[in-house]
Write a protein that binds this ligand. Sequence first.
Ligand code: ADP
Length: 471
Amino acid sequence: MSLKKTSRPSASLAFRLALSLAAVVGACLAVTFVAVYALMVSNAHRRVDEQLRHEVSEVASLLSPQGVEALEGPLARLAQAEGTDLVCYRVMDRVGAVLAKTDTASWQWLTINRQALAAATREQPYYESVLRNTKEGEARVIYAVLSDDRILQVAIRTFHELEPLRDLRHRFLVIGAFGVCLAIGVGWIVAKRALVPLEAVTDTALTIAEGHFEARMKPESRDIELERLAGAFNAMLDRIQSFVRELRDLNDSLAHDLRTVLARIHLAAERLLSSRPIAEEQESLAVSIVEESADLLGTLNTIMDLSEINTGVAQTQFSSVDVTALMVELCEFFEVTATEKGIALEFDSTDHAVISGDPNRLRRALANIVDNAVKYTSRSGKILVKVRSENEVVAVSVEDSGVGIPEEALPYIFERFYRADKSRSREGHGLGLSLAAAIVNLHGGNIQVQSEEGKGSAFTISFPRPPSTLG
Ligand code: ADP
């Protein structure tokens, strides 16, 4: 019967917000890293290209009238100075026939690019990057045209330039992963903080749903938007509450007026009944007016009682109530009707259970439960009423072997005017259980039902025991 406040209603939303933030941070870091990495690679290539041009001009200065054949010696010295596995020179003609070259023992894999031979011009040398394998890295190659229209190919290993960048790539990955984790953490905290007002709205709404209509959101907040939300929410609640109050006042005054009129009709019909002589037809009409008006008066009184209890304006006189004695009295009262229907009504209690309460209201509430048990149990059925003092509660249970309540009706039976028996074959207005539940609530207790259609029902009403009676 009670709605529970969820401790963290926005958990999934906060998580999704945190993930979204992490995705944005991850994407930004990725774009930045890729851009920075590309820039650094291009800078490294530029530096290597400069070095290649420098090599070309050095070779060009070595050219002598004896022709390219005389270059082999100076080229070999140049290559040895830098390391033959780091640099390699080849001089060739336009069709790729090699005329002079340095030690190419560690450069066997470097082929001659025919397209480069054709594309290179005096003004515009041809550059390319050649990847040998991922372990040994790449080489940067230039094809430059010498003054005698020979083509000079110079290749330099870029290992020293690019290796630090590879290291950086790993560092970027680690920093990126750390950034994403940090963004999830920070996003989670920020989202949780941002959603606090939403949780406050939910908690307030749930508190109201539990019947505490005066509950409001705390208006003070550091953020102007949240302060406005609390203000708007509270203003809406005030408006609804005043509207509900007006409606309830209207209902109450209508019920009050109707009760006065009905009481007069009831009295007039009773007077008519007691007047003599009276025709048989008039007598039967007067009897049915007395009965109907008494029934309607009872219903109106119940509605007004319910309204008083639910709005908290009911006048209550709490005293010590012996629940066991009260149930004995009720069982004796209902035994007459039960016996007429052939129902066995049993009572069972081991002690005298005492609670603090309003005796008249408690009698009405518990009488409704026993009355229902008798009403909804067929001939030869059985009703067992038990009273027990258990730990900190006094529990009254009423079990019957009656018609039972359909499962789909169970959530609604404590609502006003709800009747599970759609055929309306039995007397009643669907108010007994809602009044019983309101009275039990007023005493800080709770009411539970277990039922199986066709097999019977068991109502258990628990009241808190006054501290003075606890052992
Ligand atoms: P009513 O005046 O119709 O009895 P109540 O509020 O007392 O109204 O009960 C609401 C509905 O719950 C009833 O109409 C009935 O269908 C169902 N009900 C209550 N008690 C029992 C019971 N002991 N056995 C079967 N159905 C029950």
